[in-house]
Design a protein around this ligand. Structure first.
Ligand code: PGA
Length: 261
């Protein structure tokens, strides 16, 4: 597991965008799994800028989104359909047919989840997943206690997640109680994983995910078993890590090896 600590949320967004751009440069037909929420906003801004400056094209890229609320219309300003349209899709050349989001209004939610897994398989699996991290250490909407072997499913949101997301709605009462979400196993199957976290309110979750044992009570800890995971966190989110100096040392060593190549 690689842990990269950066100065600020803006730097995190810029570095995350670079990782996505590098992936797409290496493989123009890359399959990406994408997050929503406050954390990745800076990344999407940087990606939109990179596209407008001709530094990246998404013309052959395929995307899947990690999750969507159940019961919000796609036009609802807080639906993740709307979020992705506003923050990313409308700024870049990704063909709409290549963008896959779970339909939280599907008549048969279980079938919607199965179809989502099927589409990922048909796309050849996901090359790079970008994840946010919940204050309770959820990834996508896999809330604790999480089934660490889950595939895409209908999830009940915890009170703490609904409170955390109340800032985007009128209040906690307006936040939907359920969501469709990629499962932990769906995420673990992705070939590379980038986890983003910023702010002091994520510090404990970051430390538990990276430095404590794998546990259903800490869904993000399941990522410890993946062979290509990077945590990209700002100073505040890194503040509860015990081995910060080790991570910095390893990053420095990695950089000097890259320079020497
Ligand atoms: P946030 O949410 O980026 O809005 O903090 C992250 C998450 O809940 O996964």
């Amino acid at each position: 597991m690689r842990v990269k600590i950066v100065a600020s949320e803006q730097v995190m967004g810029c570095e995350a965008a670079k990782i996505v751009q590098d992936e797409v440069a290496r493989n123009p037909k890359a399959v990406l799994m994408l997050p929503t929420g406050g954390t990745p906003e800076a990344m999407y801004e940087h990606l939109a800028r990179a596209y407008s400056q001709g530094r990246v094209t998404f013309a052959r890229v395929t995307t899947f989104n990690l999750d969507e609320y159940v019961g919000l219309s796609v036009e609802h300003p807080q639906s993740y359909h709307c979020y992705m349209q506003d923050r990313f899709f409308c700024h870049v050349d990704l063909p709409p047919i290549n963008a896959h989001l779970l339909d939280g209004n599907a008549a048969n939610l279980a079938k919607e989840c199965r179809d989502f897994e099927q589409k990922i398989a048909e796309a050849g699996g996901v090359d790079l997943a970008v994840l946010g991290l919940g204050r309770n250490a959820h990834i996508a909407f896999n809330e604790p206690p999480a089934n660490l072997t889950s595939r895409t499913h209908v999830a009940m949101l915890t009170e703490s997640t609904r409170q955390a997301n109340a800032r985007f709605f009128g209040g906690t009462g307006d936040v939907p109680c359920r969501a469709l979400t990629a499962g932990i196993a769906t995420i673990i199957d992705c070939r590379k994983i980038l986890v983003l976290a910023c702010g002091i309110q994520k510090a404990e979750a970051v430390a538990r995910a990276i430095e404590r044992p794998v546990s259903a009570m800490c869904p993000a800890s399941a990522l410890q078993v993946h062979h290509k995971v990077t945590f990209l966190v700002d100073e505040a989110a890194a503040s509860c890590l015990h081995f910060k100096s080790n991570y910095r040392y390893l990053e420095q060593a990695r950089r000097s090896l890259e320079v020497g190549r």
